[in-house]
Design a protein around this ligand. Structure first.
Ligand code: NAD
Length: 290
């Protein structure tokens, strides 16, 4: 449980104590999946969730190979198959090599989750070109490179009706900040706004080939990317002003949404962003004012 006092190392989120632990139906058997940035946070939970749903999983990482291997071992521990592959998603040659290695290892890919991302926050007038380029390069160009390779692999193979009615599924990790402006984070919000129209444009282009492209838009999820937002009681209370559902999201909340979008249960869903945000995009300030 997320708030077990024996394992809690950060400020508690008491309202999460009864969070349901939902099991995964075996909807993805025979469909190898690649998840970028899968040695931490949302990507890690997604890799494990897709494996629990029956997929073989490629765990992409750029740093900390031990963390990536630990995710692979966790998956192998419950009978799944996984391989960790290093690649910087912002570098074309590394992305091409990763997809080639993934296909050679598992035979093909049916699911690609373009999740890797980071923040380089700064007041706008102090923001450096390096901070801007780093965030756009990984959060947006990285999604371009990985989704393009996904489309190439899916189209080259075609539909395998025994495993899925779709030719392939792409899931982009976006954010509530594809919609909500974010002062002090202009590079990040611009990257996620870009992901939104990248996702919709390629969804439109690839739909006739039966390739579905969707995004998940997380709200505040408890991961290392935003530790300062939940690791003290004061910060957590402050965060809850923005979350109508009054709990922080857990990485598995996102993994569940990805597993559904990747499955044939979502076969008529393409070009959509599924916000998983406890209502953060509901303009909570208007609940009592406006
Ligand atoms: P995280 O820091 O735990 O994970 C980010 C992952 O991306 C790490 O594995 C990191 O190594 C990897 N990564 C960074 N640069 C990379 C590169 N060049 N190549 C390959 N991998 C790289 O953070 P997280 O919260 O799990 O973030 C995952 C995604 O979710 C990001 O796209 C983030 O923008 C998005 N998101 C997170 C939240 C949240 O509240 N945690 C909210 C909205 C969106």
């Amino acid at each position: 449980m997320p708030n077990d006092p024996k394992t809690l190392t950060t400020a508690p989120a008491p309202d999460n104590a009864d969070l349901p632990r939902v099991t995964y139906a075996k909807t993805l058997v025979g469909q190898p999946a690649l998840v970028t940035g899968a040695n931490s946070g949302i990507g890690k939970a997604t890799a494990i969730g897709l494996a629990r749903a029956g997929a073989d999983v490629v765990i992409n990482y750029v740093t900390d190979p031990a963390a990536a291997e630990a995710v692979a071992h966790e998956i192998e521990g419950f009978g799944g198959r996984a391989i960790a592959i290093q690649a910087d998603v912002s570098k074309e040659d590394e992305v091409l090599a990763m997809f080639a290695q993934a296909v050679s290892h598992f035979g093909t890919l049916h699911i690609v989750v373009s999740n890797a991302g980071l923040q380089r926050d700064s007041p706008f007038e102090q923001m450096t070109l390096e901070q801007w380029n780093t965030v756009i390069g990984i959060n947006l160009t990285g999604q371009f490179l990985c989704t393009r390779e996904a489309a190439r692999v899916f189209r080259k193979r075609g539909i395998v009706s025994e495993v899925s009615v779709a030719c392939g599924k792409i899931i982009c990790m976006s954010s509530v900040h594809q919609e909500i402006p974010w002062a002090g984070h202009a590079n990040y919000a611009a990257s996620k706004g870009g992901v939104m129209l990248l996702m919709k444009s390629i969804a439109q282009e690839l739909a006739p080939h039966r390739i579905r492209v969707n995004s998940v838009g997380p709200g505040a999820i408890r991961t290392p990317i935003n530790t300062e937002a939940w690791s003290t009681l004061e910060a957590y209370a402050d965060l809850m002003r923005l979350v109508p559902y009054k709990r922080i999201g857990e990485p598995d909340d996102i993994a569940q949404a990805v597993a559904w979008l990747a499955s044939d249960a979502a076969d008529y869903v393409t070009g959509a962003t599924l916000f998983v945000d406890g209502g953060m995009t509901l303009y909570p300030g208007f609940a009592t004012g406006g």
